[in-house]
Ligand binder design. Sequence first.
Ligand code: UT7
Length: 335
Amino acid sequence: MQYAAFRSIGAYVPKNTLTNDDLAKMVDTSDEWITKRTGIKTRHIADKDEKTSDMGTKAAKIALERAGLKSDEIDMVVCATISPDYFCMPSTATVISANLGIKNATAFDISAACTGFIYVLAIAKAFIESGMKKNVLIIGAEKLSAITNYQDRGTCILFGDGAGAAVISATDKKEEAIVDVHTASDGTYADLLMTPNGGSGSAHDALDKESAGCYMQMKGNETFKVAVRTLTQDVRDILEANGIKSEDIDHFIPHQANYRIIKAVGDALKMREEQVVLTVAKYGNTSGASIPMAINDLYEEGKLKAGEMMLLDAFGGGLTWGSALVPFSPPKEKR
Ligand code: UT7
């Protein structure tokens, strides 16, 4: 049996920041309101000419180096993004592959919004366990500033840009293997979080008139409630299914949407404060990039050690959600 091991992590954070005080000059809001309701203080924003693939490429380069792999050893690249470089094609994953000199690899994007990184993790695990692939590069990269309406205070206070990447490789050692990944969705909640225009569901001649529909729109409070309910149950299910208790988790790394969602789910699961990884204050919500960016922070702070168990969870547009139990299994020579 070939198992899938989480070998390495990398991330890229754009240099420009957008603070709560900056936003208060753009819409009717305040640092006090944003801090109290979301826990966010700043977000990072990409340069105008900096594309999602540019950020994904930088994160992926670091992940490859930390996995001790060369470009020609990667046989699949999957990118989770809702802000791809191009509307339909080429995929962001193929652009990143070209930037890294990865040739002849399977490469594609997936759209699962903020749950994207959990989805690409599930895809990598399945391809490796089936024996079809050996080294899969997974990326979560977002230029959300490109699809954010900076006149809508209900969304623009939340979102930021950035990228994270990981290498998932085949192993015959069960103790190194990703334990479980759970992914789910409920399309009946589609209207809670969406970009209504720009796809085949909207008339192209309406685009000029209704360009605001190409930006994200969210029913924030309803989304919040479904998020807390669904995530709490989903994490309980994955722990129970695998006979793992919440106190056995070394690092709980939730999607960084809103501090209050993280706190509510963490409390319901009786997570201790030191188990919970928080980056929402400095990066805001970077959708599919938020989990790998948080894992990378943990790693660069020297707090993520070989063999430690990570519990990931995420929730986003679709609606989609998921969770994963992932031991950190860097290559022996990098431990
Ligand atoms: O990433 C994946 C999915 N996304 C999420 O999980 C995000 C989920 N939702 C949220 O994070 C929160 O719902 C928000 C931060 C978006 C909003 O917080 P809330 O506590 O749910 O606020 P609310 O929408 O219930 O609004 C409460 C009040 C309203 O005023 P009234 O009607 O009570 O007078 C809003 O108009 O706050 C007002 N408000 C604001 N005030 C200042 C809404 N946005 C703002 C703002 N600044 N930016």
